[in-house]
Design a protein around this ligand. Structure first.
Ligand code: CLF
Ligand code: SF4
Length: 490
C-alpha cells in the first residue's frame, strides 16, 4: 500500500509537496456515502464530524482512523462471531489483531500520530466489547487524551453495558459511539444471539434478547440526550433480519441516531462461526444496495464502511496496521504534532475547493434533462479526484448520477484483483462481471486493449477526466453523454 506522505516528503517539501501529493491521491480507496458538508448540518455537528472518516464521507477522503485492540472480553455471543477473532460488529471476521495493554496502546498511537499525518480518530472496537472491558478502554482513552488532546475518541459496543458507561463517556469527551443493533424485536434476536451475560448470570432465549434490546435502546437514548453522536451498525442477515432492518432504521432514527451503517454479514465456514457452519449466507451487493435505497429517507446512511481490519491504521480501506506492530514501535515515544498540523493546513485549503466543485456539479446537473440515473464507476487513489490508472485499480467507487445530483452508492471490488491490475483476459472478465450494471468508468489512464474489451461488454472507459475532481468529471461525462453543454456556475 502506498504511503502518500512520507517523512522524507515532509522534510523536503512541506506544505506544497503535501498539496501535490493530495492531488495525486490522499485516500487509497475513497468510498463515499452521503455527501454532507458544512452547509448541510449545524456548525457544532460539523465540528464533530469534519475530521471523522466514518461519520463524514467527505472527511474520509482526507482523514484516517486507527484501532487499538485493548478490550478482549465480551458479554454476549453473536452467531456471526468466533471469539478467536475480533468483534465482528466492527471488524472483518477472520483477522486476529495483536492484543495490547493500555500502555502499549499509548506507544502505538503516538508512533502512528508521528508518522501518519491523516490520523484523526482513535477507535476501540474490541476485540471484545469496549464497554464491558471498560477499565482498559477508559485507561487507554485517558492516556491518549493526555498526550494528543485533539485526537477524536470513538468506541463501538454491543450496547449491553453501555448505559453503565454513558456518564463517563460524556465526561471523557468521547463524541462518537457506535452501537450494533441488529433487531428491535427480541423474537428476531433469538436467531442472532444465543446468550448474554448480564448481572452475573447467563441469559438465553427470548429473555436474553429482550434484555439486550432494552439496554441498547436505553444506551442510545442516554447518549443522544448528552449530544453524543451515535452511529448504529446493523449486520444484514438475509432471511433473518433483512426486512426487519427497515423497522430498526425507523426506531433508531426516532431515537436520534446520527448515522445508520448496514453491513453485510460475512459468513465463511472457515471462520467457524455459527452462521458460517450452518450455511447462513451474506447478502449480495445488489441486495444490500436495494435495502439501503429503501432507507434513503431515514437516518443518514453510511455507505462507505469498509469493515476494516481490527488493527486497522490509515485511511478507510487502507491497511497500514502491519507497519505498526509492537515489535516495530519504539519503547520510548514522544508525540510531535508538527506533521499532523501541517497536513491539516493543506487539507483545509483542499477541501474548500472540493466543496465548491461539488456545489457546481449539483447546479450543472439540475439544469440537465431528467433522464433515468446512470451508474458511473471511478478509479481513485483518493483526495477526491479521478487519479487512478484503470489497470492499477483494485476497486472502483460507484456513483449514481442524474438530474437530482450525484450520490455515492458503494464500491465494487473484484475477487480477481491483484497487485498487477487487470492486465490478463481472466482478470478483465472479472472486472466486467464486478462492474455489472455500471455504464461508464472514469480513470486517470486506460490502455486501448482494456478499453476495447470493456466497450464490447457495454461499459465505456474514459480517461478524458483524468485528475479532475470526481464530481466535476462525472458531470462532464454525463453532460457529454447527453450531448448537453454545462452551464458555468463559478
Ligand atoms: Fe473505528 Fe468504528 Fe470508530 Fe470508525 S471504524 S470504531 S466508527 S473509528 Fe468505520 Fe471501519 Fe466501518 Fe467501523 S469503516 S468498520 S464504521
Ligand atoms: Fe463477537 Fe463482538 Fe458479538 Fe462480542 S459483540 S460476540 S466480540 S461480534
Amino acid at each position: 500500500m502506498a504511503q502518500l506522505f512520507s517523512l522524507d516528503t515532509l522534510a523536503t517539501g512541506g506544505v506544497e509537496q503535501m498539496r501535490s501529493a493530495l492531488e495525486e491521491g490522499g485516500c487509497s480507496s475513497s468510498s463515499c456515502g452521503s455527501s454532507e458538508g458544512p452547509a448541510d448540518m449545524a456548525p457544532e455537528i460539523w465540528e464533530k464530524v469534519k475530521d471523522h472518516p466514518c461519520y463524514s464521507e467527505e472527511a474520509h477522503h482526507y482523514f484516517a482512523r486507527m484501532h487499538v485492540a485493548v478490550a478482549p472480553a465480551c458479554n454476549i455471543q453473536c452467531n456471526y462471531c468466533n471469539r478467536k477473532y475480533d468483534c465482528a460488529n466492527e471488524s472483518r471476521p477472520g483477522v486476529v489483531s495483536e492484543k495490547l495493554t493500555p500502555v502499549q496502546a499509548r506507544r502505538k498511537v503516538i508512533s502512528v500520530a508521528n508518522s501518519v499525518p491523516q490520523f484523526s480518530v482513535l477507535g476501540i472496537a474490541g476485540p471484545g466489547d469496549a464497554c464491558y472491558d471498560w477499565k482498559k478502554t477508559r485507561e487507554t482513552f485517558e492516556l491518549i487524551a493526555n498526550d494528543i488532546p485533539d485526537v477524536k475518541l470513538c468506541l463501538s459496543t454491543n450496547g449491553l453495558s453501555l448505559p453503565d458507561r454513558v456518564d463517563e463517556i460524556a465526561r471523557m469527551n468521547i463524541d462518537h459511539v457506535t452501537i450494533t443493533i441488529n433487531m428491535v424485536d427480541p423474537e428476531i434476536g433469538t436467531k442472532i444471539y444465543p446468550w448474554i451475560f448480564y448481572q452475573n448470570r447467563r441469559w438465553t432465549g427470548l429473555e436474553a434478547s429482550r434484555i439486550l434490546h432494552e439496554r441498547q435502546m436505553l444506551g442510545l437514548e442516554m447518549l443522544v440526550a448528552r449530544n453524543i453522536l451515535v452511529k448504529v451498525n446493523s449486520v444484514m442477515i438475509p432471511g433473518i433480519n433483512d426486512e426487519h432492518l427497515i423497522e430498526v432504521n425507523r426506531v433508531v432514527k426516532g431515537k436520534g441516531a446520527f448515522l445508520h451503517n448496514i453491513m453485510p454479514l460475512i459468513s465463511d465456514p472457515a471462520h467457524g462461526t455459527h452462521f458460517g457452519l450452518t450455511g447462513q449466507r451474506g447478502p449480495r451487493a445488489a441486495e444490500l444496495k436495494a435495502l439501503q435505497d429503501r432507507l434513503s429517507d431515514g437516518t443518514k446512511l453510511m455507505r462507505h464502511c469498509r469493515q476494516c481490519r481490527a488493527d486497522a491504521v490509515g485511511l478507510l480501506g487502507e491497511d497500514r496496521g502491519q507497519e505498526f506492530t509492537m515489535d516495530q514501535v519504539a519503547e520510548e515515544v514522544t508525540y510531535d504534532p508538527s506533521l499532523r498540523e501541517t497536513y491539516r493546513e493543506v487539507v483545509a485549503q483542499e477541501r474548500g475547493e472540493h466543496m465548491n466543485q461539488r456545489r457546481a456539479a449539483d447546479a450543472a446537473l439540475a439544469d440537465m434533462t431528467s433522464e433515468a440515473p446512470v451508474l458511473v464507476a471511478v478509479a481513485t487513489k483518493g483526495g477526491g479526484r479521478i487519479n487512478q490508472h484503470f489497470g492499477h485499480a483494485r476497486e472502483f467507487q460507484v456513483y449514481e448520477v442524474g438530474a437530482s445530483g450525484i450520490s455515492f452508492v458503494g464500491h465494487r471490488k473484484s475477487e480477481t484483483s491483484c497487485e498487477g491490475g487487470w492486465g490478463e483476459d481472466a482478470t478483465l472478465d472479472g472486472i466486467i462481471a464486478t462492474l455489472e450494471g455500471v455504464d461508464a468508468v472514469l480513470c486517470a489512464k486506460v490502455g486501448d486493449c482494456p478499453r476495447d474489451a470493456m466497450r464490447a461488454a457495454g461499459i465505456v472507459v474514459s480517461d478524458e477526466y483524468a485528475h479532475d475532481w470526481i464530481e466535476a468529471g462525472i458531470t462532464g461525462w454525463y453532460a457529454a453523454s447527453l450531448g448537453t453543454e454545462i452551464r458555468q456556475t463559478a
